[in-house]
Design a protein around this ligand. Sequence first.
Ligand SMILES: [Ca+2]
Ligand SMILES: [Ca+2]
Length: 445
Amino acid sequence: MFFPLFPSPTSPNRVAATSLLAIGALLALNACSEKQDTPAPAPIAVTADAVVPEKLTGTAFGTSPAYNPGYEFGKAFDGSLTTFFDAAPGSGGYVGLELPAGQSKKVVQIRFASREWLGSRMVGGKFQGSSTSATSGYADLHTITSAPGNGWQTISVNNSNAYRWLRYVGPDGSHCNIAELEFYTEGTTTTPTPTDAVSGPPAGTGSWTKSFEDNFDSFDAGKWTKGWPCGNGNDALCTYGDPGVRQKTYYSPDNVYMADGKLHIRTERKAQGGQAFTSGAITTAGKTTSRFQQKYGYFEVRMKPASSPGNDPDFWAFPLSKQAVDANGNPGQYKELDFAEFGGRGGVVAMTSHMPFKPNQSFSKTGDWTSDFHTYGVLWEASKATLYIDGVEQGSITRDIVDEQGVLILSDEVDDDNGSWFGDNAGFTGPIVTQVDWVRVWRKN
Ligand SMILES: [Ca+2]
Ligand SMILES: [Ca+2]
């Protein structure tokens, strides 16, 4: 789950939604953000069938040197709103994204954040696109005419041309200050045709042993607990307090049930336990000893998520040991690896690695995931995590991969991040039911 950036239950550092891959030795642009930041995706009103803009990925470029070490142009793509680009010269600085060779994209939306408290330095700044090179042939996409406040800003772009180089050019005297920069292209709905047959680790990845399987023909209390792992005897490790509450959601065992060989998780606007919404979760965490935990391997779920603004169906791994307070006194955070997470905005599945005190790393795929069952598999390795859908490789993340065994969790929850990932739960209509046909895990021999 996304435990979005807010103080939440699982990983307070959660929130991701989309992101990119690291290219070369440069950086991984990442769509997600840390707790103090805002989530990634575009704040768009969402319906189940909405096509959500896709964040563009590529290689960062910009002017060098920076005003000081630690202010390089890559800081505009590190997912943190508190780090920023600060070019050495006051004027003439720029920072941008080069798309992979052969790829030119139409930009429909730009998200950015100013250096905190210095939005005035962006007035007159321009977002531009070029098909020629990183340094020439630019056309304006948008000019900033008033000082943005702190935090994420989203603007729509109405320019039908496709470009390979996309950049922000700071106005004179601004040192090209900018904290974050993201370009989005039109979303596509390239939903694969679902098939029951696809299962198991991808070919050519070595030899494997199945370490966990539940086909949900009935509820197996030897494998799962209904509810949230915290509080199930793991209080020393997990300190969220009320074991049955996450975000704005009360977890009732009654909202998890079996039918037609599938696990059903029902999410509804029903007040219980002081929360406005009721849903369900199951976990392999146990009262005193977890029934199943694993680090690395191939993790697979066949599911049909249900989305409505505010919710977040998810299949994920959750290491139970909370990480220590960092050197700056920031509170401890949990690690978390989301294999397949579907925000209430609809139309996006995200795989996200949450490591304490680091920007979230996420890969996401737009499609119609709620109309039918699909098989989502993640090949979790030490330095890479790759998402497969219906047996087809979709994309990877290559930095800050969770490095600790986690219990499995299948859950839904309702929160409200004002539209970024969950969507605004004021628009939640339910009850809605997420169905899971199976969960299978393999360990490399
Ligand atoms: Ca930054
Ligand atoms: Ca089944």
